[in-house]
Design a protein around this ligand. Structure first.
Ligand SMILES: C[S@@+](CC[C@H](N)C(=O)[O-])C[C@H]1O[C@@H](n2cnc3c(N)ncnc32)[C@H](O)[C@@H]1O
Length: 371
């Protein structure tokens, strides 16, 4: 649980509420203030208590039309709610440290001496790769390494990267470009003018992981026009994939005889929902154990042993053999090492064996073993 006046920077994942981490869910359940990005779903926000203050700080996952609050205004909110001793959750789309300004917020909070916990989220590259069945590394498809980059600078220009190097290596790695839709034409032009193979596959994914996810695939030479033709980016954020792995969904489709693979989801069973499971896990951790296990967990093994000894003590008057077990148990309890316990167990087995065997084993006296 986040302490009073403390902030948790929490990744909410790319969109599908089921991709929230258990830690994120539990922190939300104890939040007093939730400062959230624009695209966080109602289902996720509903996890916060009804009386928690929810502030939409308006960042629409990189949508330049909707800048929302300025970063310094978000910082002011941190200060204000922290001074009031509130438990604050800063809920960000994807992961806070992947183009999420998590570092800037950490700097501000550190400067003001405010404690912070960071909870990772599934970044869009991973969410989209999974829901489109597009592995980010696949050696026989040239995917030996992965690069995450932005497609535009704050000044709305293509980023200042080594385009010649990127163009040459684009067929040997997977490049995932965040916030790249607006500059897609320029990005493809930069790649081509730096001698990238025009046939290198590229894919756009809009609203990754959500029910309205759309995917458009092409090559460096076609994708900008394909994206425009399909009006990509008009109905949600878009992420761009470059490299041979970007054509993996089509490869799978071919293998499976033309059956589209993207967005397949296994139906959930009739078991308890994630929320119920987590509630059980945190509140009634022992709910599924047997009654005996629960008693053992609650009372502790030592108490249980005392109960057994008492029971044996009471039974000893009726059954003489219990006397032997009682002695053994008393010795067993004072043994210190596993070796002593093993030796005592051997003695006990001897004591329970038929009279002849027991006589032979009686040479080994319990007191000598554990002394
Ligand atoms: C400011 S960045 C935030 C990235 C986020 N922190 C993450 O880890 O995914 C915003 C960019 O992420 C991408 N993005 C975020 N959510 C997306 C989604 N559901 N589908 C496609 N792209 C998404 C888009 O490229 C968008 O322009």
């Amino acid at each position: 649980m986040v302490q009073r006046g403390m902030v948790a920077l929490v990744g909410a994942g790319p969109g599908d509420p089921e991709l929230l981490t258990v830690r994120a869910m539990r922190l939300l359940e104890s939040a007093e203030v939730v400062l959230h990005d624009n695209l966080i779903s109602e289902e996720v926000l509903a996890l916060a208590p009804g009386n928690a203050t929810r502030v939409n700080v308006g960042k629409r996952c990189g949508d330049v039309k909707d800048r929302g609050l300025q970063q310094h205004e978000i910082h002011e909110l941190f200060l204000e709610y922290s001074k009031r001793g509130k438990r604050i959750i800063r809920l960000k789309c994807g992961d806070p440290f992947i183009f999420g300004r998590g570092g800037e917020e950490l700097e501000f909070l550190a400067y003001h001496g405010i404690d912070v916990e960071v909870v990772p989220g599934i970044t869009t590259a991973l969410g989209a790769a999974a829901s489109c069945q597009m592995p980010l590394t696949q050696r026989d498809h040239g995917g030996n390494n992965v690069r995450f980059m932005v497609g535009q600078t704050r000044a709305k220009k293509v980023p200042d990267v080594d385009w010649a190097e990127l163009a040459q290596s684009s067929s040997k790695q997977t490049v995932v470009i965040y916030m790249g839709m607006k500059m897609l034409d320029d990005i493809c032009t930069c790649l081509l003018s730096n001698k990238a193979d025009p046939q290198t596959p590229m894919t756009l994914v809009e609203n990754a992981t959500l029910p309205n996810q759309r995917m458009v695939s092409g090559t460096i030479s076609t994708l900008a026009a394909d994206g425009r033709a399909n009006r990509m980016g008009e109905n949600g954020p878009v992420i761009v994939f470059l490299g041979h792995t970007a054509a993996f969904p089509q490869h799978l489709e071919k293998i499976s005889g033309g059956k589209p693979r993207a967005c397949l989801k296994m139906a959930l069973g009739t078991g308890p929902s994630l929320r119920t499971v987590c509630f059980n896990w945190s509140c009634c951790r022992y709910a599924n154990n047997s009654l005996l296990q629960r008693v053992v967990q609650k009372l502790g093994r030592r108490l249980l042993l005392v109960a057994v000894v008492l029971a044996l003590g009471l039974g000893v008057r009726r059954f003489p053999c219990v006397e032997r077990w009682k002695n053994w148990l008393r010795q067993f309890l004072i043994c210190r090492s596993p070796a002593q316990h093993a030796a005592m167990s051997a003695v006990m087995i001897g004591a329970m064996a038929p009279p002849k065997a027991a006589k032979q084993m009686s040479l080994l006296q319990p007191t000598q073993t554990c002394g």
